[in-house]
Design a protein around this ligand. Structure first.
Ligand SMILES: Nc1ncnc2c1ncn2[C@@H]1O[C@H](COP(=O)(O)OP(=O)(O)O)[C@@H](O)[C@H]1O
Ligand SMILES: [Mg+2]
Length: 219
């Protein structure tokens, strides 16, 4: 999907800049009429949001080509956990690491997989933030190796699961679509988590990467 969508996203930049510019001019011109000014502001804000989405997407699509090398998924998991330790603590979320001791290295792009893990953890944290206050707030980051099956190589897996409400069944497929988000403006982009995980699998990262099943975990 990379190059085609990146081209489209790039083409959107110019018309978006016009919409934003004209909307702010209009906003100024409507100084004396609050109702019209409010409409112009809403148009400008919506266009700015489009701009943010396009930028995020272009960053994602332009990301340097995947560089595969042998990586230890447990190290990536620990690094992501370290990075979010403070955020989790300050939200009263317990982060459990259950990393398999004997995990073999896999051939993957460490930056891309690391970002996916980070984004899945952020998703978990956001899901728990909107969960009822009384329940336990726990996120489990686990890794392991799938038993060898006769017809294929064993696979290494990494899973992020949270004790939040989970992904509603009706959304199980949708969350893998780029730009799908249920979060408010400024928070959700629909680009960081599940769709990115799938994108990594398709375009680059690793045959050993398997995204978590959405039904039971944060996907
Ligand atoms: N851990 C989770 N628990 C519940 N819903 C989730 C979780 N992770 C993702 N989702 C759902 O999937 C959607 C898409 O996720 P994502 O692609 O990361 O975009 P974003 O986080 O920017 O909304 C989210 O808006 C949310 O509805
Ligand atoms: Mg997300």
């Amino acid at each position: 999907m990379g190059s085609l969508l990146a081209g489209v996203a790039h083409e959107l930049n110019n018309p978006l800049a016009i919409v934003m510019g004209r909307a702010s001019l209009l906003e100024e011109k409507c100084e004396g009429t609050p109702e019209l000014q409010g409409d112009a502001r809403r148009i400008r804000e919506a266009a700015e949001r489009c701009g943010r989405i396009v930028r995020t997407f272009l960053n994602m699509a332009r990301a340097k080509p995947a560089e595969r090398r042998n990586v230890q998924l447990n190290d990536l998991a620990r690094a992501a956990a370290d990075m979010l330790a403070y955020t989790f603590r300050s939200h009263g979320i317990e982060l459990q690491l259950e990393l398999a001791a004997d995990l073999p290295e896999v051939s993957a792009d460490a930056d891309q997989i690391g970002q996916v893990v980070l984004n899945l953890l952020v998703n978990a944290q956001q899901a728990l933030a909107s969960a009822p206050a009384e329940g336990v707030r726990r996120v489990k980051l686990a890794s392991g190796i799938e038993a060898r099956r006769s017809n294929r190589e064993p696979r290494v897996w990494l899973r992020v699961a949270d004790s939040g409400p989970g992904v509603p069944p009706a959304l199980h497929e949708k969350i893998f679509e780029p730009f799908f988000t249920t979060k408010p403006e400024g928070i959700g982009t629909g680009l960081g988590g599940p769709s990115r995980a799938r994108w990594c699998v398709i375009t680059a990262a690793s045959s050993a990467w398997r995204s978590a099943p959405p039904a039971r975990s944060s996907a």
